[in-house]
Design a protein around this ligand. Sequence first.
Ligand SMILES: [Zn+2]
Length: 145
Amino acid sequence: MMSDGHTARAELAALLKDLDDATAERNAAIARVSTISAVVSGRVVLAAGESIGLRAAVTLARRLYWDYPQVSVESVATLLGVAESRVARAVGPVSVERRCRACGLSFTWSMPSRHALAPSMCPDCHGEAATEVDQMAGWPKSPQL
Ligand SMILES: [Zn+2]
């Protein structure tokens, strides 16, 4: 029994060492992504001065906006020549697959911006839940005049 406990503690110590190593690798990768993203943001601003054509600029902006979230919106805005608040509309939404937490079915959601919060339920379940909440709160379905 004592040897089993010793073995378990030794395994745990080895696992914690692996976890420390993996965490250090992750943190180094995060720092590298941040550094490279800052360099890319700077290059995008420089490239904005060269005319690459509207279609190419929008294609690049869309890729930068959706695939590289650490590349600044400010640099994408500069590339497009629009205000930061207009970038999401300029690059357009992406379709995201989600799994409904109520019924488990997957559904497609059109994500309008980097910071939009995805719904946790499909439109059908969301509609049912909203109706139940209205009923629990005693809210009428339509205004009573
Ligand atoms: Zn559902």
